[in-house]
Design a protein around this ligand. Structure first.
Ligand code: KIV
Length: 267
């Protein structure tokens, strides 16, 4: 299978083809994606929680992202590889440039940066001008947990939704190659997806985005506390007893428009 490129994701958007992306942190999991329809792998800072057992993603360090990127980069799966820029690396340009360049050198194709209310505006602009392929991440951005205070759906009131709209359009204008939209009210996401020409990938943001992403541990249903399953997660474990089969089911249910459904959406 041919390697998925940024151009290909733009093509999918143009053709209204829905696709899946999944987080992954190690080689054997990523080998599941070989010959599966998953289009992108994210070495997400969620590893700080699901792999290392910390409460937040904020303390993720670059060393850990590098370690897990190295664990997955030799995959023969055709997926685009996205690496997260940890909070600690994102708020100073020289640090952001050095860290992003290193992640690209080690095999990432795209660098994901969480952005809130245009805080990192000048840094993202400058990274793009240095040819760093950046993917923005807006909405419920876990790296800003101390500002957001609570893990709640974003964009539900006028003020917040205008900010999100402005932030997304600015990111596109700065030249980012895509946007991950996390837990944003679905009516607003619909508007955003129509206004933006860059690919959008959603998590907990309804069915309108071009792609959908989930944390692999959630798809499988390996959770610390099963009673606390987030509303936007569907565990495919009940539908198959083979891990590779439920990654396939996850992807197919997105392509066919069955996921996310009404129970996974905040209007
Ligand atoms: O780190 C991560 O896994 C993420 C996804 C949930 C989008 O940011």
């Amino acid at each position: 299978m041919k390697k998925i490129t940024l151009l290909k994701l733009k093509y999918y958007k143009k053709k209204h083809y829905k696709y899946s992306a999944v987080t992954a942190y190690d080689y054997s999991f990523v080998s599941i994606f070989k010959s599966k329809p998953v289009k992108a792998i994210l070495v997400g800072d969620s590893l700080n929680m699901v792999v290392k057992g910390n409460k937040h993603t904020i303390s993720t360090n670059l060393r850990d992202i590098i370690y897990h990127l190295k664990c997955i980069r030799n995959t023969t799966a055709s997926c685009l590889i996205i690496a997260d820029l940890p909070f600690i690396c994102a708020n100073r340009f020289d640090n952001a440039l050095k860290s992003s360049s290193l992640l690209l050198k080690l095999g990432a194709n795209l660098i994901k940066i969480e952005e809130r209310e245009n805080c990192l505006k000048s840094i993202i602009k400058r990274l793009v001008s240095k040819s760093i392929p950046v993917c923005g991440h807006i909405g419920l951005t876990p790296q800003y947990v101390n500002i957001i205070s609570n893990y709640v759906v974003q964009g539900k009131d006028n003020f917040n939704s205008e900010l999100l709209l402005d932030n997304s359009l600015s990111l596109e204008a700065y030249g980012v190659h895509g946007l991950i939209i996390e837990c944003v009210a679905s009516y607003l996401v619909q508007r955003l997806v129509q206004l933006l020409s860059i690919p959008t990938v959603g998590i907990g943001s309804g069915p309108a985005t071009d792609g959908q992403i989930l944390v692999i541990n959630d798809i499988i249903g390996i959770l610390d506390n099963k009673d606390k399953l987030p509303f936007f997660v569907k565990s495919f474990f009940k539908e198959s007893n083979k891990i590779d089969r439920f990654v396939y089911l996850f992807s197919k249910s997105i392509e066919k428009g069955y996921f996310p459904n009404i129970s996974n959406v905040i209007p």
